[in-house]
Design a protein around this ligand. Structure first.
Ligand code: F6R
Length: 610
């Protein structure tokens, strides 16, 4: 959480920093700020609230200069106030920081005793004070930076300006993401690729412990042992337009519409219709043959993807799959061994709890693997020496509510299930062929579903004033119900609960009356009759049913107030299809309620604190 950006070159830094922050706002939007250096002075502008507030201030009081740093904040230490907004400044040193300095209380006390006074409650201000103090004691910038890094404990990605030297920006990273964008006579620092994608596609992905400087024409990197190192420059194939709204009202809407393309990309080169194989070259398929079970660790939407994937993996590969909330996993001393694959699912590749769960797995000798959307992010890096990463190729997901990342995760899990089944020979050729064909058809089927948006918007209009909603599903549609409910609550702020349909009569049925809309996912296949029976129970108690099911299902139609139809496909991928109308339903309810769809209150997209 929090996004940082840095620029040094010949252009006006303010423009580049603010543009970069606009692409990082998904990481937090409690406050924003930038700082530049002009003729030995630091110029700093900070505002509480979204970036627009900072833009307004800059319109009246610009921040000149061609070197600068910027920050968008998701508050951890200290309320979202102007004083707590980054950049923080002390004795000519200005710092932006993403992460948490765990020992900031003791450092603050120590510095107070030495006469320092602080103007914020943040952990970050400590860094400015420490570097400023060591500089004041005569240390050069590199030494002062290293001395400071030696004193702080926790996670950080920092960018530091020294007003005595406007020829470079110092940086350091440990357990928080930081990349260097390489330009022509200009260089960039950023928490994530989209921030500087309109300026360069060449990036250095810094390692933990890396620190150094970006200059106009060069980048100076030292590793954790203070040795100068050359890190490879990688070219990313994301295009700048991927990080723009492209005519859509919100990123979330655009990302829902990108799903046919994102899924086609995720499948590209990995399956061929009419064949019985997958080509998953990024992962270590040997591991898949030797394991006896899989534990999926993930959070939020990615956890729901894991829960959904369990059904297809268990069915096709006959391998037990356990799905765990990453935030709970390591607190119960999990039983792991070298025959248990721990599979992390993470769009961002940097979720702190998921990362910590993987570290626990490594400690206990289990092989690890990931499904992720961000190349070279922390989780894929951790998995590199073990099982590797199956990348979803969704492109940058900027809307805070995950959509295309979720459905591409489901597709990746289907690919993994097919790979496992063919390596372990647990399925007939016919089953594998059918699964591959179903995946191949998916992009077109989603396009057809998107054509029904107006109908779904009309359903959304009926429920815009609801205070509560229930989502029901059975089997692999149970996690889709959970995901549908999560999507609704996070962007519309309507309280929504997902339930396994069979659990209704064990408690939640007490909630049913004419004011309780119930979204029921009832697709043909295993458990259909039982879901319909549960639906009758809801109906009998006056509940309003919104059916999500096959468009030709007359029975479901007759029981439902409204239908959100999905067209047919194989059972294994109908979870992907059912997700699409639920996304559009939440989107339109939220939009009609006038909430901030892309940046819902209190949330940030990458949760890098535990
Ligand atoms: C909800 C959402 C979150 C994330 C969760 C995990 O729409 O996006 O629940 O799924 O924070 O994030 P990743 O997948 O980046 O580990």
């Amino acid at each position: 959480m929090c996004g940082i950006v840095g620029y040094i070159g010949d252009k006006i830094a303010e423009d580049i920093l603010v543009e970069g922050l606009s692409k990082l706002e998904y990481r937090g939007y409690d406050s924003a700020g930038i700082a530049t250096i002009v003729e030995g002075d630091t110029i700093r502008r900070r505002q509480v609230g979204k970036l627009i507030q900072l833009r307004n201030e800059l319109a009246n009081s610009p921040c000149p200069g061609t070197i600068g740093i910027g920050h968008t904040r998701w508050a951890t230490h200290g309320a979202p106030t102007q004083d707590n907004a980054h950049p923080h400044h002390h004795a000519g040193i200005t710092v932006v920081h993403n992460g948490i300095i765990e020992n900031h209380h003791s450092l603050r006390e120590e510095l107070r005793e030495k006469g320092h006074t602080f103007s914020s409650e943040t952990d970050t201000e400590i860094i400015a004070h420490l570097i400023g103090r060591y500089r004041g004691e005569g240390q050069d910038m590199l030494t002062a930076l290293r001395t400071t890094l030696g004193r702080v404990e926790g996670a950080y990605a920092i960018a530091v300006l020294d007003q005595l030297d406007d020829s470079r920006i110092a940086f350091a990273r440990k357990a928080s993401p930081l990349i260097v964008g390489i330009g022509q006579s200009e260089n960039f620092l950023a928490s994530d690729i989209p921030a500087v994608l309109s300026h360069t596609r060449s990036f250095v992905f810094l390692e933990d412990g890396d620190h150094g400087f970006i200059h106009h024409g060069k980048v100076e990197i030292y590793d954790e042992h203070e040795n100068a190192v050359e890190r490879p420059i990688k070219t990313v194939d994301w295009s700048p337009v991927m990080a723009e709204k492209g005519g859509h009202k919100h990123f979330m809407h655009k990302e829902i519409y990108e799903q046919p393309r994102a899924i086609a990309d995720t499948l590209r080169g990995r399956i061929q219709p009419g064949t019985l194989e997958t080509t998953l070259s990024e992962i270590n398929t040997e591991i898949l043959n030797s394991i006896e079970r899989i534990i999926v660790v993930a959070c939020g939407t990615s956890y729901h993807a894991g829960m959904t994937g369990r059904y297809v993996i268990e069915k096709m590969a006959r391998l037990p799959v356990q799905v765990e909330l990453a935030s709970e996993f390591r607190y119960r001393d999990p039983i792991l061994n070298d025959k248990t694959l721990v599979l992390a699912i993470s769009q961002s590749g940097e979720t702190a709890d998921t990362l910590a769960a993987l570290k626990e797995a490594i400690e206990k000798g289990a092989p690890i693997m990931a499904i992720s959307n961000v190349i070279d992010s922390a989780i894929p890096r951790l998995c590199e020496p073990s099982g590797g990463t199956l990348y979803t190729r969704a492109g940058p997901e900027i809307g805070v509510a995950s959509t295309k990342a979720f459905t591409t995760q489901l597709v990746a899990l289907n690919l993994l299930a097919i790979e496992l089944a063919s390596v372990r020979k647990t399925c007939s050729d016919k089953t594998i062929e059918t699964a591959i064909d179903a995946l191949t058809r998916l992009p077109r089927e989603i396009e057809n579903l998107l054509d029904l948006e107006d109908d779904i918007k009309a359903v959304a209009r009926e429920y815009v004033k609801a205070d509560n909603m229930l989502y029901l599903g059975r089997g692999s549609m149970f996690p889709i119900a959970l995901e549908g409910a999560l999507k609704l609550k996070e962007i519309s702020y309507i309280h929504a609960e997902g339930y396994a349909a069979g659990e209704m009569k064990h408690g939640p049925i007490a909630l049913i009356d004419e004011n309780m809309p119930v979204v029921v996912i009832a697709t043909p296949g295993l458990g259909y009759e039982k879901v319909v029976a549960n639906l009758e129970e809801v109906k009998a108690r006056g509940g309003k049913i919104i059916g999500v099911g096959h468009e030709s299902d007359a029975h479901l139609k007759s029981l439902s107030e409204q239908m959100m139809p999905i067209n047919g496909s194989e059972d294994s991928v109908s979870t992907v299809l059912a997700s699409v109308p639920l996304q559009l339903f939440s989107y339109h309810i939220a939009d009609l309620r006038g909430t901030d769809v892309d940046q819902p209150r209190n949330l940030a997209k990458s949760v890098t604190v535990e």
